[in-house]
Write a protein that binds this ligand. Structure first.
Ligand code: SAM
Length: 179
């Protein structure tokens, strides 16, 4: 399942409702760990990735107290950050992404698309208002595109399933402005 929300309380609630006993979770943009607290008790492992200077110390502290959590201080748009995360987790059941709910939807989608292509999560939870509004506005008017997908939490047919392709795509971020 891929869920999109905007309200931060709903985001945390969705994490709590979706994450199951023994799940491995990759959370992008946990800030100081408030969203992590919503599901932490149930996980086998949580990999938390954030680049914020303001939350670095708090997340380091969080991981000292919560030993199933690992913090990676890095930019989620970078391939090296993704490689680092993949090394720390055998499989990913849930991919959660919150770069700030009002962030440009193209950036949020690209980050989700690249990370989900490699991690192949059972469920994805994305916090982004622009994406939600786009989905409400848009109609798919091409019946060659199938509506049902076996890969519920990601999109296998989208063609990003090799690390090389993903690396190539992520390198395009270098020409984007820092938001
Ligand atoms: C709104 S906060 C997350 C709030 C958190 N999910 C919660 O429920 O409390 C967004 C976080 O995304 C992080 N972030 C934004 N862009 C990022 C990027 N490119 N790489 C890593 N982290 C990023 C910010 O540093 C910030 O901590």
């Amino acid at each position: 399942m891929i869920d999109i929300v905007y309200d931060v309380r709903r985001y945390r609630q969705k994490l709590a409702d979706t994450i199951r006993e023994g799940d491995n979770v990759v959370e992008l943009g946990p800030h100081i760990g408030k969203s992590t607290e919503a599901y932490y008790n149930r996980v086998s492992r949580a990999v938390l990735v954030d680049k914020g200077i303001d939350c670095k110390e708090a997340l380091e502290e969080f991981c000292k107290i919560h030993d199933k959590a690992t913090f990676i201080c890095g930019d989620v748009r970078k391939f090296d950050t993704m490689s680092d995360a993949v090394k720390k987790i055998k499989r990913c059941d849930v991919l959660a992404l919150d770069m700030g709910g009002g962030r440009f939807p193209d950036t949020v989608f690209k980050v989700w698309a690249t990370w989900s292509a490699i991690l192949k999560p059972r469920d994805s939870i994305i916090r982004c208002r622009g994406l939600a509004e786009f989905i409400f506005r848009a109609r798919v008017t091409d019946d060659t595109i199938k509506e049902d997908f076996d890969d519920a939490g990601w999109l296998a047919d989208y063609g990003r399933s090799t690390p090389d392709k993903v690396k190539e795509q992520l390198e395009e971020f270098s020409i984007w402005v820092d938001i």
